[in-house]
Ligand binder design. Sequence first.
Ligand code: PBG
Length: 339
Amino acid sequence: MNKDFFTRSYPATRMRRLRSKSSLRRLVAEHCIRIEDLILPVFLCEGTGVRNPVTSMPGVERFSVDIAIDAIREAVDLGILVVALFPQVETSQRDNNGSLATDSNNLVCRALREIRASNINISVMCDVALDPYTNHGHDGILRDGRISNDETIEILVRQALVQAEAGCDIIAPSDMMDGRIGRIRNALEEHGYHDVCIMSYAAKYASTLYAPFREAIGSDAHLRGDKRTYQMNPANSDEALWEIALDIQEGADMVMVKPGMLYLDIVHRVREHFNVPTFAYQVSGEYAMLRNGIDAGCVDESIIEESLLAFKRAGADGILTYFAKDIARGLNSTSTIRG
Ligand code: PBG
């Protein structure tokens, strides 16, 4: 520890001096939330003119593509730079191999083309994983009760390519298969998508906190078993560093830790070990807990900002959060946020 800490003493040093006024508090704030740090997840559904509430995530809705375009315009007006698209795929369109994932006419690809055609100035991130498309809710192909790694990668590569072709800026593999980042990176290079970024869900834990998301994309009713043979054990920490190292070596431009609030120690370790852009996902269950707590009057709304500052303190460069618009509104209207 810095020896300066031990040479200062009261009353020459009064820690409260710099806390005495809002202006001073803000002047010496070590961290802040910028709108640019936030990625807004957007749920898509079929149809036109549809806004469909996600029951377990009060305030979050699924949008048909036309409405999603309006919602994204609104996000851009608030200063948001990146959205992440997630599709709710109809049951009749799901199969064992998640075939629709590689179809350039699927919901995500159609939305991407609409966004590009509308000339909205937004970067778009898309998951690469099969769970919205499989009839068993897993992120990969199921063979004799096991998720088949190498066979799944072949499909993920094709999914990444159709998304890149439709205009995706950031490919975000969220499946946790081994070796997929390298294969996807090679395929993107081979097909001339040199500037398509990869944000790897590198350290993704098998968490109960994804439940509301699974309702949102309609895979909850389908999921057989759990994802513990491919997502990480919450008991582990060193293993996350291996995962991150592998994905960086294979060609990830940015890495992600997920979930967020219960895994801030991992965010911190990753930031300390690697000098790459590091993101954290404040996932659906975290959103639901905070939102329900606020709505029930248990905690004040400022918990949202406090939670996001925790991510920044831990070292996250950016955060995926369902609160992105709420925070952006707060930042735009100044004084409610900070100090
Ligand atoms: C799909 C995926 C999940 C999330 C993002 N991509 C769920 C899962 O792995 O089961 C969770 C996001 C959230 O809970 O907000 N692989």
